[in-house]
Design a binder for this molecule. Sequence first.
Ligand code: 147
Length: 641
Amino acid sequence: FGGATAQAAAATTIAVNGSSAGRTFDGIGAISGGGGNSRLLIDYPAAQQSQILDYLFKPDYGANLQILKVEIGGDANSTDGAEPSIEHTAGNVQCNTGYEFWLMEQAKARNPDIKLYGLAWAAPGWIGGGNFWSTDMIDYLISWLGCAKADGLSIDYLGGWNERGYDISWYEQLRTALNNAGYGSTEIVGADSDWSVAADIADNSAFASAVQIIGTHYPCQGGDGGNADTCPGNATAEGTGKPLWASENGSQDMNSGAPALIRSITRGYTDAEMTAYINWPLIAAITPNLPYPTDGMMTASQPWSGNYSVGESTWATAQVTQFTQPGWQFLNSGSGYLGGSEQNGTYVSLKSTNNSDYSTIIETTTATAAQNVTLNVSGGLSTGTVHVWSTDVDSPSSATDFVHSQDITPSNGSYSFTAQPGYIYTVTTATGQGKGAAASPASAALPLPYADGYEADATGSEPKYLETMQGAYQVEPCANGRSGQCVEQMAPIKPIEWQNDSDAFALVGDTSWSNYTVSTDVDLEQAGTAEIYGRANTQDRPQSDQAAYLLRASNTGAWSIDRSDTGGTITTLTSGTVNALGTGTWHTLALTMQGSKISASIDGTAVGSVTDSTYTSGQAGIGVVGYQTDQFDNLDITPGT
Ligand code: 147
């Protein structure tokens, strides 16, 4: 004892050599889609909406995303909702549906260099007679690219079918069709599934020339509950010479998932030569009863209060994106494991296209002790002042997020610093970075009464605050003698699904609502059953697993009060028959929840009542059993006592 008792810290020397080989960096991005996760963002008050978009896209402010991948809506549920198609029925292209074009425009307005990527999860049922891998689907994708183009958006990357494998000849036909339609510069990603596509690309030169990028999902999820301790590479994929992307990864809480996020980026390159990382999802702009309510860069679940929250994932992402650009080059000499062991941490170095600036990103998220890091800069790179930025990503706190902690003057191109465990460090010659300071208002429930006659909503849009879970609910001129605007279920047949089928339904409002009456006018356009939801509570996957009370009413006059559970069962609590409602005429349905009493009325006449105390709070909603194109109007939610 005495003397030098401290254990020598592991030490690493990183050779940041500008002449090193390395792959081209394609960017870090996130996914709006797969699906419905951005839904409430477009309904935010202007000031907070702009702040949220700044945190996501504005350079040198927050996540500074370099790639925005969006869902090409298909009228079917793709995790947290159904995103609307541009073509609910064959031949009727409506470019103004949904929010993804709007979101891409907002991203481009903030960062003209952001890359755009489109991918379908589901598709309208008319396509290919229900066959996704069809010429109809290729034509449909070209229509979607045309809608983007009409908005001034050029789509850099296009995929096939999310996590549903691939059809080689379809991809080849897609390439030809894109070239012929003037989209030769749009690169095709194959196949947004697993690595198996690589073997077919390696074996088949026609397929290889159709697909420009190999995109695989969750390559860094490993077997460790999403902790991304390794990112097993794929030698066949590497051998193709194509860019290799984690074209979806993540599915992590916005705070606790940040260490896995940075490991997936750095280890994605050191272990698997992956040059892009795309996080699922971009944002959780959904109500908290839906699956994955806190995943993404941020949460924004209350357009009525403007409340939002910036996740640690934003700052973990910023540690890479604010210090690089797509087109920079990885330096293999400056990429590896601290102290030679992945457990101590990993690092990657990238140089600018100016061949002078560089950034080295170091993560110590699995380290247990401080380490000494020496960087030796050579090969024509700048030996000027180095700026050190850090985020304590294992113990999130705004005081330790994205801190410019140190400036170092290298001596003969060499310098050292101490890396604490649990951190991300970026050492860089680049400047201009910044940490956004906009602050969210407090959270607050949406007050009752709440009503929507849909007159203020844009025609073709999804009504304010309405979260479509299946099918397509869209504002349209009212039918059958009613003036003004109504909401119509626009998907006339079962879509090509990505997950299971359910009623075509939509939820609205605050999950804390407890005692209230929800009423709506409904016009049955075809024979069948319409429904209203009350106390819509937790939804499990798939969307049919929705806790709620239902009033169902059919054109025949048959009605029931039902309870839908997260196990996916629907139990009839009481039922009866009134005079036929018929089709093409307007009626009013109402469901009242007061304590454990659940009661219903049709056209103002009480029809039934039952006692059930399973669910005590939740949202309202509207729905159709099947895919009738029924209309709804005058949603009215009045508080009980
Ligand atoms: C993804 C879907 O592509 C997303 O739309 C969303 O549903 C997300 C939710 O976690 O799931 O699919 C995954 C596929 C594979 C894994 C995780 C998600 N995986 O292997 O861990």
